[in-house]
Design a protein around this ligand. Structure first.
Ligand code: NAP
Length: 259
């Protein structure tokens, strides 16, 4: 059909942590649905995977535009550096429609061993990162914007040795609800998607007994999720179909967590 427009055509989506895992799948799915995507990542080792993903996106049948930006979102200046890079790329009239705060980090530490550095590593990226980036994006966010925070089922679970990570994801749920209340006036929605375990570099560092327990008690097929399944849930609420859902936390875990 020559005049068919994909659902996210003319939308600009910023996806953090797009170099691998969930973020890469989310960026690809948003692009597949027509969005121009911005791939945000942090480490030089991810230059090559990001270029590969950008090539994959450009090769889609509708040839969506894509832009990559390396910036440290755990730093105080990372978000502003990203927006300034995007302004150079799009011109002074930078407009963004979808922000996916996906970049995250975990530290496996018993309470007695948590250091200030561990706290800063986890909280500066998982909590301060979305605050500063959402703040920086806000002046450029179109009406009917979509802010989608990637939390974790850990935000409502008591996983041993993961208190920094679990509490940071609980904080993200709190931010989601308040931002939904603040930003809804022009149709902007703010939601949190909480994945259960999905194979990724991060999951490789989670204690195996936690992952085994989750797998065994997951109602859908006693299995792990896939990055594509999480991406489909994010993409489903990123477009106009998501206009009447805000301030919600969606458990994307095959029913492991039922809210
Ligand atoms: P991952 O494979 O470890 O990927 C993390 C991503 O975050 C990478 O793209 C990384 O970029 C980026 N990143 C790390 N530090 C950064 C920084 N300082 N500034 C900007 N970007 C940074 O993680 P994942 O498993 O895909 O997880 C993605 C999100 O889903 C996280 O928020 C995680 O908490 C959540 N989640 C994951 C699971 C799971 O089972 N996988 C379950 C629940 C929730 P570089 O490549 O440049 O380092």
């Amino acid at each position: 059909m020559a005049d068919y427009n994909p659902p996210l055509a003319r939308k600009v989506a910023v996806v953090t942590g797009a170099s691998r895992g969930l973020g890469a799948a989310i960026a690809l799915e948003l692009a597949r649905r027509g969005a121009t995507t911005v791939l945000v990542y942090a480490s030089p080792r991810s230059d090559a995977p990001i270029q590969k993903l950008a090539d994959q996106i450009r090769a889609l049948p509708h040839k969506p535009d894509v832009h990559a930006c390396r910036t440290d979102l755990s730093s105080v200046h990372g978000a502003k550096a990203l927006v300034s890079d995007l302004s150079s790329w799009r011109g002074s009239d930078l407009k963004i429609d979808i922000l996916v705060n996906n970049a995250g980090v975990e530290r496996v530490r018993p309470l007695s061993e948590i250091s200030i550095e561990d706290y800063e590593t986890v909280y500066n990226l998982n909590v301060r990162g979305p605050i500063l980036l959402t703040q920086a994006v806000l002046p450029h966010l179109n009406a009917n914007g979509r802010i989608i925070n990637i939390g974790s089922v850990g935000g409502r679970a008591g996983f041993k040795d993961l208190s920094l990570y679990c509490s940071s994801k609980a904080a993200l749920e709190g931010l989601t609800r308040s931002w939904a209340a603040e930003l809804g006036g022009n149709g902007t929605t703010v939601n949190c998607v909480n994945p259960g375990p999905v194979p990724s570099e991060m999951l490789g560092n989670i204690p195996q007994e936690i992952v085994d327990m989750q797998k065994a008690t997951t109602p859908i097929e006693n299995r792990l999720g896939t990055a594509e399944e999480i991406a489909n849930i994010v993409a489903a609420i990123a477009g106009s179909d998501g206009s009447w859902i805000t301030g919600q936390v969606i458990s994307a875990s095959g029913g492991w967590a039922m809210y």
